[in-house]
Design a protein around this ligand. Structure first.
Ligand code: ATP
Ligand code: MG
Length: 352
């Protein structure tokens, strides 16, 4: 059976890192006898120019039909907001495919300096479909609105259903990783109802995992502790915006956004996506670190049941990171995007 992935290049550094990721996924799958077909479609600025929307409905339909998606970064968030057509492709896909869970690992590499000097190996499990994200809360009314020209309000939606779903995803992942502790991130001292409901749900799920200790931590305290003692964290479960912010912090603590992989998944679909944005300032210069999206693709392959190619990609990525000559400048290396990709391909080919 052929595994079909849809690759969406996006904007900025997107085309460079998706091209690299496609080659790495194809090579790893070939080594393990997994038949892989990669389809491509346009999103972001090219799609906006050609079709009037940053993510055409036909692309959403293809994303639904394939086994998985490789999603490049898109520069959607210009302010003031792009009126019609400027929708956020990643928000749209997360909603359309029911991707309630965003798994964001942060793992340091021995050869890559970390800002605090600590080794880091944690995963942020972030709710993906509600919280303070206006574009995902439209069904409860406008997610943001201005009752007067001098007052802007934003709505934060927390449901029992999604809080239970993200807690289940987080604890299941903790068990698979053999984690001893799960840290639940909240701000229930001021968001009593919404984070109160979220905490209730994580406690209900935690009861099914008596072997795992649970630590409930205020998001502000978590930010401080992440910097002071990142090694204490194994799996963090968080609502959407807190998880978004802390995962960038965790990624930097592990060595930088250039390595920050992530997987969006629900019960039926999955999308690989780097944690960072489109980094337009380095686009088209062969400077982007492809590791973030390549790692994301490895997570996608593992999620789809192809543990062999996934592990081969992680091992090859680690091998490339070990040598400054085969890692990019953001990690203190000298390689360009293409040279780092070639090194990863070479390491996959050389694996026993
Ligand atoms: P966007 O508006 O799409 O979010 P951005 O410029 O904010 O774009 P981010 O991706 O959020 O870009 O990243 C912020 C900075 O981190 C970039 O300007 C870049 O310097 C660095 N960065 C992010 N991703 C990478 C990468 N893959 N390789 C190298 N540097 C990166
Ligand atoms: Mg950004």
């Amino acid at each position: 059976m052929t595994l079909t992935l849809l690759s969406l290049a996006g904007d900025g550094i997107g085309p460079e890192i998706t091209a690299a990721t496609e080659r790495v996924a194809a090579t790893a799958c070939a080594r393990f006898g997994v038949a892989l077909a990669i389809e491509r479609a346009e999103i972001g600025f090219p799609a906006l120019a050609a079709t009037g929307t940053t993510i055409p409905d036909a692309v959403i339909d293809r994303a639904r039909a394939v086994d998985g998606v490789i999603l490049g970064p898109v520069s959607h968030n210009a302010y003031p907001p792009v009126a019609e057509g400027g929708r956020n492709p990643s928000g749209v896909l997360r909603k359309a495919l029911g991707l309630y869970s965003n798994i964001r690992p942060a793992r340091s590499h021995p050869a890559v300096k970390t800002p605090t000097g600590h080794a880091v190996d944690m995963v942020v499990v972030r709710e993906n479909l509600e919280g303070f994200y206006a574009d995902r809360n439209m069904e409860v009314g406008p997610g943001e609105f201005m009752p007067t020209p001098d007052l802007a309000l934003a709505v934060r939606k927390i449901t029992r259903e999604n809080s239970l779903a993200i807690a289940r995803a987080g604890f299941a992942l903790a068990r698979r990783r053999g984690a001893k502790t799960v840290t639940v991130i909240h701000k229930a001292n001021v968001l009593r109802l919404s984070d109160g409901l979220f905490l209730d749900c994580t406690r209900a799920v935690a009861a099914d995992y008596p072997g795992i200790a649970v630590e409930e931590l205020l998001v502000d305290a978590a930010a401080a502790l992440l910097v002071r003692d990142p090694a204490r964290f194994e799996v963090l479960i968080a609502t959407n915006m807190f998880g978004d912010i802390l995962s960038d912090l965790a990624a930097e603590l592990a060595g930088g956004l250039g390595l920050a992989a992530s997987l969006n998944h629900g019960d039926t679909h999955a999308v690989a996506q780097a944690q960072h944005g489109s980094a337009p300032s380095i686009a088209g210069q062969d400077r982007a670190n492809p590791g973030s999206l390549i790692g994301s693709a490895a997570m996608l392959l593992a999620h789809l049941g192809h543990a062999g190619p996934a592990a081969a990609i992680w091992a090859a990525l680690d091998a490339a990171l070990a040598d400054p000559a085969t890692r990019t400048q953001d990690l203190g290396g000298t390689a360009g995007t293409r040279a780092m990709t070639e090194a990863i391909l070479r390491h996959i080919a050389e694996q026993a």
